[in-house]
Design a protein around this ligand. Structure first.
Ligand code: AMP
Length: 503
């Protein structure tokens, strides 16, 4: 029977005994084990009453078993709903109430706090801990190692991923089997993944990057993964010699560069370093190239659309850009107000259409229709431009755009200059309320170790490089910038912290 996503993931298995995944402790899952374990989890979910189309929500640590629950859910014809492990029980209560899963899997330590929520919403509560043990595993262990995978078509839902939602309520992005399978097939091709690849996997698996981009790609290619619970510098340094590729958020690369143990010799054999989920500064790109000889390949995607653009595998990987639209993905830059395409080179909102674009927000038809144009393009909320060679660059989220004295200031432009200054480790440019200008440009910086930054030394070198209205009216220096688990700087936190600067 055909199950669109599972069939695509398992279409190429080099040989059943090949290792698909290995943990730093040396425990291994072969492709044969993957088929058997995912069958057992699919059987366990069915036994718990999960029917096709039902949601299976999980808030569990990253373990091989958690990944097998994902595959088991797909095989049972259900919809996988991973939740960030940092969410508090109160936050989880919202997601479980909104998604009404048939089964909710959590860490045994949180089971007491979450039992009431599960019961209220009619979800069967199951557990799985950081060692992959718990009631769901116990049940799976009693199930047969084969399972008749439930038929699903490409338009059927495979997953709901809640967006990080820095403003307003989090929205559940509905992703179909076709969305996920088609995008991963494209990535395998453009990034040239093969069965010879060993991916160093240090990303969380509650997010699209670690779950779909990394895992689906490697499984489709018949490759292997070194599966780390999280990014641990020493562990990563120890395992790099065994890997051929790594997918990371920019902070992985800055952390590697900060270590003297990260040398060219360690990664001379490497095939590919990929970065995404947040902007990789041109500085870090160059420093990485200098240190290792590898140009990091930066790509751009989001929960709702999977991957949209990528720098080329062959050819110039340009720092500060996210490359070209992927094959089959339509990308245009539009005027946010009129929706009309802007002239070449101008900044506007990035809009996307293609088989990768999600099916809408779960139970939010109005929100969904507001974010699509009538011709089917999804309005991403990212501002960007396309240069004369066709490279796309992102200048910031539209909600981060600063309007000062009636002029638009794109944070990325100012941040790029600040990042070049010798003592600056990282920067965030935000708009805060100002009595005359409406909003004022404010720079928040973190200094490099042993460097001291003050407003004058920061502003002097950029004065004649930036129009006056773009120059920061105030500079704050913090120990480190606040980031979420995917390495994105939380500008909403900074705007809140500095909202009183001019009042
Ligand atoms: P998420 O849905 O959590 O994956 O976040 C998606 C958002 O991350 C996008 O809409 C962009 O704002 C941002 N993003 C992803 N990749 C990049 C990138 N390479 N450069 C800049 N921003 C990025």
């Amino acid at each position: 029977m055909s199950n669109h996503l599972f069939d695509a993931l398992t279409a190429f298995i080099p040989e059943p005994g090949k290792v698909f995944l290995e943990t730093p402790e040396g425990s291994k899952l072969t492709y044969r084990d993957v088929l058997a374990r995912s069958a057992q989890y699919a059987g366990a979910l069915q036994k718990l009453g999960v029917k096709p189309g039902d949601r299976v929500a999980v808030q569990v640590e990253k373990t091989p078993d958690a990944l097998m629950v994902y595959l088991g859910t797909i095989r049972a014809g259900a919809v996988f709903l991973p939740l960030n492990t940092a969410y508090t029980p109160a936050e989880v209560a919202y997601f479980v109430g909104d998604a009404e899963p048939a089964v909710f899997v959590c860490d045994p330590q949180k089971a007491d706090a979450l039992a009431g929520t599960a019961q209220k919403e009619g979800a069967r509560l199951q557990t799985l801990n950081a060692r992959g043990e718990g009631t769901l595993r116990d049940l799976a262990d009693t199930m047969p190692e084969d399972f008749t995978t439930v038929a699903r078509e490409d338009e059927d839902l495979a997953a709901i991923l809640y967006t990080s939602g820095t403003t307003g309520r989090s929205k559940g992005a509905m992703l179909s089997h076709g969305n996920l399978a088609s995008n991963s097939q494209t990535m395998v091709k453009v990034w040239r993944f093969t069965e010879d690849d060993v991916l160093l996997h240090a990303l969380p698996i509650f997010h699209t990057h670690g779950l779909f981009v990394a895992t689906n790609c490697l499984m489709m290619a018949g490759g292997s993964m070194l599966f780390l619970p999280k990014f641990d510098l020493d562990q990563v340094l120890a395992l790099l010699p065994r890997a051929t590729a790594m997918m990371g958020v920019p902070t992985f690369y800055t952390r590697l560069l900060a270590s003297e143990a990260f040398t060219k010799d360690l990664v001379g054999h490497f095939r590919l370093f990929i970065s995404g989920s947040a902007p990789l500064s041109a500085e870090v790109h160059r420093a990485f190239l200098d240190r290792t000889g590898h140009a990091i390949l930066e790509r751009y995607g989001m929960t709702e659309t999977n991957m949209n653009t990528s720098n080329p595998y062959d050819g110039d990987r340009r720092p500060g850009t996210v490359g070209f639209p992927l094959p089959g993905v339509g990308l245009r830059i539009a005027d946010p107000k009129t929706g009309r395409e802007v002239s070449p080179g101008e900044v506007g909102i990035i809009e996307i259409k293609g088989p990768n674009v999600f099916q809408g927000y779960w139970r939010m038809p109005e929100k969904t229709s507001q974010e699509f144009r009538v011709d089917g393009y999804f309005i991403t909320g990212d501002m960007g431009r396309i240069d004369e060679d066709g490279y796309v660059s992102i200048v910031g989220r539209s909600k981060d755009l600063i309007i000062s004295g009636g002029f638009n200031v794109y944070p990325a432009e100012v941040e790029a200059l600040l990042d070049e200054l010798p003592g600056v480790a990282e920067s965030a440019v935000i708009g805060v309320p100002h009595p005359d200008f409406g909003e004022a440009v404010v720079a928040v910086l973190a200094a490099k170790p042993d460097s001291v930054l003050d407003e004058d030394t920061v502003l002097a070198p950029i004065r004649d490089r930036l129009a006056k209205f773009k120059q920061p009216k105030k500079v704050h220096v913090l120990e480190a910038l606040p980031r979420n688990t995917m390495g994105k700087i939380q500008k909403n936190v900074l705007r809140d912290q500095f909202k009183g600067d001019f009042s």
